[in-house]
Design a protein around this ligand. Structure first.
Ligand SMILES: [Mg+2]
Length: 266
């Protein structure tokens, strides 16, 4: 009987952090917004009534308030900024997620974090979720912006963040992945579109509906096993008349029981 080998089309998974691995709707997002507005008032001299609008405009035009402020000539040390806006976040609002941990542990492929946030925030959030050791590498603000600390002129080196082409190039290079065999998970439609330009297989998180450049959409990350079961297909010789569907549905049942067994009482 003829046989063939089937294997997962993916050998690496790259994950955004905020609003992808946890929902910032728990209060973290609101606290972050307030901290940025307080920074604009206390450190940059904006009026309190202006701060929400300034924040929105900087984010819309430059991708982040820090990027915008530096582009406009404010000489803000990124470490000072991050310790102000992230350092005082109520991290206990991020709850341990054993279900997500089991899911990540069931995936044999390389797993990498790619976030616009700074290293300290990434470490804290991943520690709170209880999943830091699930990732081989964290690509973060500092990875994309090594030159910011070398210059006293804020406009000399623009802040590099997803979804810029430069940021995506750094992400793919540092991750050392073959984009065509890599799943890229992000909650931001623009980041997903940028990932697509780089040939990544894209997953829009937090939405049941795919954006134009998304190959998959996951309303909740832990639906991964239902929506992308091919992640779990391991190299295996099968008879040609066995259907992939049967194999995959078997793998899916196993993953389902693995994850739900550990979620009781979590
Ligand atoms: Mg995000």
């Amino acid at each position: 009987m003829a046989s063939c080998t089937i294997s997962s089309p993916f050998d690496s998974l790259i994950f955004d952090l905020d609003d992808t691995l946890y929902s910032s709707k728990s209060g973290i997002g609101q606290a972050l917004k307030q901290n940025v507005q307080d920074f604009l008032v206390e450190k940059c001299g904006f009026a309190e009534s202006e701060a929400p609008n300034v924040n929105r405009e900087l984010f819309r035009t430059y991708g982040s308030s820090l990027a915008g402020l530096r582009a406009l000539g404010y000489n803000i040390n990124p470490d000072d900024y991050h310790s102000f806006v992230h350092g005082r976040l109520p991290y206990d609002l991020i709850r341990p997620d054993p279900r997500l941990r089991r899911l990540l542990q069931s995936i044999n492929q390389r797993k990498i974090i790619f976030t616009n946030s700074d290293r300290i925030h990434a470490d804290k959030a991943l520690d709170r979720l209880g999943i830091r050791d699930c990732f081989e590498k964290i690509i973060c603000f500092e990875t994309m912006n090594p030159n910011l600390w070398k210059s006293n002129r804020p406009d000399e080196f623009p802040v590099v963040l997803k979804p810029s082409i430069e940021a995506m190039k750094i992400g793919v290079d540092v991750a050392e992945v073959d984009p065509r065999r890599t799943l890229f998970f992000d909650d931001n439609v623009k980041n997903v579109a940028a990932g697509k330009i780089f040939g990544l297989r894209t997953v829009l998180v937090g939405s049941a509906i795919k954006s134009k450049e998304a190959d998959y959409a996951l309303e909740i990350l832990t639906n991964m096993a239902q929506v992308i079961p091919e992640i779990w297909v391991i190299n295996e010789e099968i008879n040609a008349n066995d259907s992939d569907k049967k194999r995959i549905s078997h793998a899916l049942t196993e993953i389902d029981s693995l994850i739900s067994a550990t979620s009781v009482g979590a």
